[in-house]
Design a protein around this ligand. Structure first.
Ligand code: FES
Length: 345
């Protein structure tokens, strides 16, 4: 029995060795387990928390570049994207920061209330939907101007760090309701007077001149924040020649010239109307509150459905021509120009 036992355990050790996953394979999977190793409150109003995430065994994590984000699979099953706001040179940990938004669908509240230090967490990524091209290293611009609105500072922070390290000429306007709501003020202060903090309670709502002071040709503008702020900047920048505009927003894009249409749920035959100013996803969620979604901006593919009849009007940036041809649709941004879509729901 002892001989048999020894043979069996040797075989088990061998099998384990042979089947052991190379950490780099897990990296290629782009889905892996991390642990919350640190939590910090980052804004005076207590409503922004940062999480430091690391591998349980301390191994190096997949590399990332400024502008990248991580998908967090929250304990409830929600999938949410958060910008990486730490130092890309720190290969042992990621940092994300999240503002508590009680009406935001539950993801931020869960990050605040259900992820204490030591919590295991599955993440996907990093992926980059807001790439940063440094002047002289891939961008023809000669200087950079950053604009961050509130929690929109998160993707901007690593960009500033890199621009600063490379000696690139840069400026920034950091704006929000008041100083209590602005996270990372201490870190921003470390960059000196290149970074101007401008709050609504002291200066009123900012206009284009306030957000883009002295900006002219040859500038690359990177902005992240609420939709109205980005709209003001986009309009102003469109009138300046030779300027680069890069932006990322944390909320769904506005619906422009929407047309009402109907959705028929194939499984029940129920028909719902999507208003001209509403998304198909919002309408679906009223009767199917557990329909999956994440980015609400047409890039993560979480809300994908199969169209069984009707002509979708695609507005996403994720589906391939073949997938559209096969009848797939991302209901967070895509809709129809009138008529009815029959969805496999
Ligand atoms: S929710 Fe991300 S693509 Fe629709």
């Amino acid at each position: 029995m002892r001989v048999l036992d020894a043979v069996a355990s040797a075989r088990l050790r061998w099998t384990t060795l042979v089947n052991r996953r190379d950490p780099r394979l897990e990296v290629n999977d782009r889905r892996f387990a991390l642990v919350v190793t640190e939590r910090r409150i980052e804004a005076r109003d207590q409503d922004v928390v940062s999480l430091r995430l690391a591998a349980a065994d301390g191994r190096a994590l997949p590399p990332w570049r400024p502008g990248a984000h991580l998908d967090l699979e929250l304990p409830s099953g929600l999938l949410r994207q958060y910008s990486l706001c730490g130092d890309p040179a720190d290969t042992r940990a990621y940092r994300v920061a999240v503002r508590r938004i009680p009406e935001g669908g539950g993801g931020s509240v869960e990050v605040h209330d259900a992820l204490p230090v030591g919590s295991p967490l599955v993440v996907r990524g990093p992926r980059n939907a807001f790439p940063f091209a440094v002047p002289g290293y891939g961008s023809p611009a000669t200087r950079i101007h950053f604009v961050a609105g509130g929690i929109g500072i998160t993707p901007i922070l690593p960009m500033i760090g890199l621009a600063h390290r490379l000696g690139v000429e840069w400026t920034m306007v950091y704006t929000g309701r008041n100083r209590d709501t602005l996270p990372f003020l201490d870190e921003i202060a470390g960059f000196g007077d290149r970074a101007v903090v401008r709050t609504d309670d002291e200066h009123g709502l900012p206009d284009a001149t306030a957000l883009l002071p002295g900006i002219g040709p040859g500038t690359a503008v990177y902005c992240c924040g609420p939709v109205p702020m980005i709209a003001v900047i986009t309009r102003a920048v469109s009138e300046i020649p030779s300027i680069e505009m890069h932006s990322e927003r944390f909320s769904p894009p506005p619906i422009v010239n929407g047309t009402p249409f109907e959705i028929r749920f194939a499984s029940t035959g129920d028909v719902v109307e999507v208003g001209a100013d509403r998304t198909a996803l919002d309408t679906i969620l009223e009767s199917r509150p557990d329909h999956p979604y994440s980015c609400r901006q047409g890039f993560c593919r979480t809300c994908k459905v199969q169209v069984l009849a009707g002509e979708p009007d695609h507005h996403d940036s994720a589906l391939t021509a073949a997938e559209r041809e096969a009848g797939q649709m991302l209901v967070c941004v895509s809709r129809a120009e009138g008529g009815r879509l029959v969805l496999d729901l």
